[in-house]
Design a protein around this ligand. Structure first.
Ligand code: NDP
Length: 317
């Protein structure tokens, strides 16, 4: 397939504007390098990695691909300074930051020649990311899995709003899982797409097989945005979800919610495969997925579907 050129492929030096989201417990070096080798941009999700683990994943990723790859850094991470230092030392070319103020790290990363992209859920935060000097933004809509914005703006509204608000390239995320949804996002003005849920359902994702199977069985309405009083997160419904939902319905405060949440729930669910007690973060488009594929096949299939959809007359709909 012919490489494609636009602002996102040129910024990252990749063949197709297809980006795999950096997800805790799912995206290590295997997934990131497979996506990058296939012509997309693979991202290591550092939020679930201790600093020495992150370094190991970066080193393995560099050995597995000579293509560009990125690291996602959630700013809530407790040892963020150590992660940033490792990213600089290991000369990671691209960083995606999320869940925090883009001013904090953008300048110092850029001084080291690193391209910086920030994940936002509103045009207000997109403008802040642009002012902070970011090279691009990810506009992540309400449909997305995991951490999400409080305002519930869907991708259909968020993408054009962010495209209008900033001059830097906009990468769309939330509800995108195939070539047609990718085309829809690009028609709304995005210059690329980031997909998480689609890549959880890949052979290389480090998520537990039981979690991947649960994702395959998800139907419409099976995920919901929870814990707005703490950090809003879209979860797949299970026993833990119901505990949180019941507490929220009876008006539980942040302390009670924190107690119910406890520690390492995400690891328990997504990495250890405890489908009852664990936290299962996944996007709405899980309802539309029905196969677990190698990451390279996902990239190639989406790019081929995108090109077919681009030529399809709408009178056929
Ligand atoms: P918890 O506080 O419940 O647990 C911490 C988890 O992170 C444990 O499983 C722990 O592994 C692991 N961990 C990795 N590095 C460290 C460290 N330096 N200090 C302590 N624990 C560490 O947090 P969560 O599991 O809810 O979230 C962990 C991180 O992931 C946070 O930074 C959060 O912001 C981020 N996150 C990002 C998301 C995204 O969308 N990008 C979504 C959800 C969370 P172990 O059990 O082996 O000790």
């Amino acid at each position: 397939m012919q490489p494609f050129h636009n602002r996102v492929t040129d910024l990252f030096g990749i063949d197709y504007p297809i980006i795999q989201a950096g997800m805790i417990w799912a995206s290590g070096w295997r997934l990131a390098s497979a996506v990058s080798n296939a012509g997309g941009l693979g991202i290591i999700g550092s939020g679930s990695m201790y600093p020495d683990v992150l370094r190991e994943h970066i080193i393995k990723c560099k050995a597995a691909t000579n293509k560009p790859f990125a690291v996602n850094v959630p700013m809530l991470y407790p040892d963020i300074d150590k992660h940033i230092q490792i990213i600089r030392e290991e000369k990671v070319p691209i960083v995606f930051t999320s869940a925090g103020n883009p001013k904090t790290w953008t300048n110092s990363l850029k001084e080291h020649g690193i391209k910086v992209v920030h994940v936002v859920s509103s045009s207000k935060f997109a403008r802040k990311a642009e002012e902070a000097g970011c090279d691009a933004v990810v506009a992540e809509g309400f449909e997305a899995g995991g951490h999400n914005g409080r305002e519930e703006t869907t991708s259909m509204v968020l993408i054009p709003a962010v495209v209008k608000a900033v001059k830097i390239p906009v990468i769309a995320a939330g509800g995108i899982y195939d070539g047609r949804s990718m085309l829809a996002a690009m028609v709304l003005g995005a210059a690329g797409v980031q997909m998480g849920t689609r890549f959880v359902a890949s052979e290389e994702a480090s998520s537990h097989d039981k979690f991947k199977e649960a994702v395959m069985h998800a139907n419409e309405g099976d995920t919901m945005l929870m814990m707005k009083k703490l950090t809003p997160v879209r979860l797949l419904k299970n026993k833990f979800f119901e505990e949180i939902q019941n507490a929220e319905l009876r008006g539980a405060g942040t302390d009670e919610l924190k107690t119910i949440l406890g520690r390492a729930r995400a690891k328990k669910g997504m990495f250890e495969g405890d489908l009852d007690e664990g936290e299962l973060e996944i996007g709405q488009c899980s309802a539309l997925l029905n196969n677990i594929l190698p990451a390279a096949a996902i990239v190639h299939q989406i790019w081929s579907e995108f090109n077919i959809a681009l030529k399809q007359p709408l009178t056929r709909n």
